[in-house]
Design a protein around this ligand. Structure first.
Ligand SMILES: [Zn+2]
Length: 563
């Protein structure tokens, strides 16, 4: 019905009668709803703060939803107050209440409903919108309409009145210089962009958005991290090539990968490589070290928690699983996961859903899990520390990352790469490694693997003067280096093994100290026994003696001291 054929608005006396100022008890009622007489200045100040802290887009959505809630309330009222009135008159209670509440003057222009055909078209003219006025005071003339609360009210009212989603758009606004504000509403399916409009009213949209941003940040961080920080996945040894081949085959699939290997072999680097080789490369890679989190926090960290789920949970918390949505979640040191969390993890892996602590519904997550461990999970199962069913679930595609000593051929390559990295970091130009240093590195057993190599080389870089080569002695200060280039490194030990240069230094020190040979022997024995905590067998071993030999010398020492 265009304007000419629209009946005039009915009297609003029925609505005015519902308004009751209950001054004795400090309340205002509109029928059964408690109302407030609020200064527009207060709402204006609130709006200003929201705009500054959240930005226009979040403020718009928040206010749309606030308006929507009040519109819904008024629709219930309209149906009660005008139950038998013709449709347009019953509907008009909404615009009339909106006016009565002081929001805006409403003039219906088009009201066209064909319920059977699923068609609604409404156009309303607004004058004196409080929002347009307040917004311009703070922010001046606008490029886009700003009557957000009012618009939310129109959508909320109409949707609740028709019991069917109607969404309004503000097509012109006085804040943009138009003579009136004008809104146009249709059923959500009638708008070509209805889905997008509806998203504004999703109650969680801001939290969801923040989560999305968080995931994007994680993904960007993954991509931006310089190759070095992700660690050099360098190598040409057979052991290394075998591991990479296994990774490459797993990468395009969704299979759960279990990375095993000693500490320091670079499991996270391999996990990142797996992520980067697969179709999830542009999605987040999230790593969790299960051993680094306190047991009481690990579940909320992994699965998230609703507000109030536990003491101190003052806000809802997004778990790492949700954060890794679409991407890869690496669970490092999985063997350290407490048993209750293991049960939950198993459920997530089986069902692809997480349940936040304190939540009563689950959320779908699409996450590829890479688990890593340096403990023998089979053994942990036997000892009752790890669930067998979880191990079966994780052990579908195990990849063992070889320790560095099995990749001796890769050491020169890795060492050179790390040398360049740390030389750049410390602003040095170094010539490389001496042959002795390279031989020493090949011979070392590397209990700490690549991480140990990295630490030694950083120290070597710091200790070596510019333009020099890093020598074995700076890499392995506690080990004794034999002068013969064909020999390498032997464990720190007895004096006999010391090279002449070091022995000479030691002799210099002893001779200049003025100690007698006897006193030196006493001091050495005393120190060895003290360091071994009184354990004579251990003390004897460090001195290169048998236990009876040490006992004999100790007896002689005591005899001397008591003399
Ligand atoms: Zn407006």
């Amino acid at each position: 019905m265009p304007l000419a054929s629209l009946p005039p608005l009915p009297s609003d006396a029925d609505l005015r009668r519902l308004l009751q100022f209950s001054t004795e008890d400090g309340r205002i009622w509109l029928a059964g709803q408690r109302m407030l007489l609020v200064h527009t200045a207060a709402l204006q100040a609130l709006r200003r703060e929201l705009m500054t802290s959240l930005g226009a887009e979040h403020t718009r959505r928040l206010l749309l939803r606030a308006g929507y809630a009040s519109g819904e309330r008024d629709a219930l009222l309209a149906r009660q107050v005008r139950p038998d009135a013709p449709l347009f008159e019953a509907f008009a209670a909404g615009p009339q209440l909106h006016m009565l509440e002081g929001a805006v003057r409403v003039t219906p222009r088009v009201f066209d409903l064909d319920e059977a055909a699923g068609h609604f078209h409404g156009i309303f003219q607004w004058d004196h919108s409080w929002e347009a006025e307040a917004h311009q005071v703070d922010f001046g003339p606008q490029d886009a309409p700003v009557c957000w609360m009012l618009l939310g009210y129109a959508s909320g009212y109409t949707s609740a009145f028709f019991r069917r989603r109607v969404l309004f758009k503000e097509v012109q606004c006085t804040a943009c210089g138009a003579p009136h504000c004008l809104i146009e509403g249709r059923f959500v399916h009638e708008w070509p962009d209805g889905e997008q409009l509806a998203r504004d009213y999703d109650p969680d949209s801001m939290l969801v958005r923040i989560d999305e941003l968080q995931s994007q940040v994680e993904a960007l961080r993954t991509q931006l991290q310089p190759a070095d920080e992700q660690g050099p996945l360098l190598g040409r040894s057979r052991a290394f090539a075998g591991t990479i081949e296994l990774l490459r085959k797993a990468a395009p699939t969704q299979v759960t990968v279990l990375l095993t290997g000693e500490t320091g072999v670079g499991k996270e680097r391999f996990a990142r490589a797996l992520h980067a080789m697969g179709p999830r490369a542009d999605k987040p890679f999230v790593a969790v070290n299960c051993a680094a989190l306190p047991a009481e926090l690990i579940e909320s960290e992994l699965f998230g928690a609703e507000k109030g789920a536990y003491t101190g949970a003052t806000a809802a918390r997004v778990g790492r699983f949700e954060r890794a949505h679409g991407g890869t979640l690496m669970l490092d040191e999985l063997g350290e996961l407490p048993l209750p969390a293991q049960a939950k993890l198993l459920r997530v892996l089986q069902q692809g859903e997480v349940e936040r602590l304190g939540a009563n519904q689950t959320r779908k997550v699409d996450v590829r899990v890479v688990a890593a461990t340096n403990v023998d999970l089979e053994k942990a199962v036997e000892e009752g520390r790890f669930r067998r069913d979880l191990l079966y679930r994780l052990n579908i595609y195990p990849i063992r990352i070889p320790p560095l000593r099995e990749r001796a051929d890769d050491i020169p390559l890795l060492a050179m790469h790390l040398l360049q990295k740390y030389a750049a970091q410390h602003g040095k130009r170094l010539a490389g490694f001496t042959d002795r240093a390279l031989a020493a590195m090949r011979a070392h057993t590397w209990p700490g693997n690549v991480r140990e190599l990295e630490n030694l080389i950083e120290r070597g870089v710091i200790l070596t003067t510019s333009d020099d080569s890093v020598d074995a002695g700076t890499l392995f200060p506690h080990l004794v280096v034999l002068p013969d280039a064909s020999a390498s490194v032997s464990p720190a030990g007895t004096l006999e093994q010391a090279p002449p240069a070091q022995a000479a230094q030691l002799c210099d020190a002893v001779l200049s100290s003025g100690l007698t040979l006897e006193a030196l022997e006493d001091a050495l024995i005393g120190e060895a026994v003290a360091r071994a905590g009184g354990n004579l067998s251990a003390a004897a071993r460090t001195l290169g003696l048998t236990r009876p030999q040490l006992s004999y010398r100790l007896a002689r020492l005591n005899e001397r001291n008591t003399r």
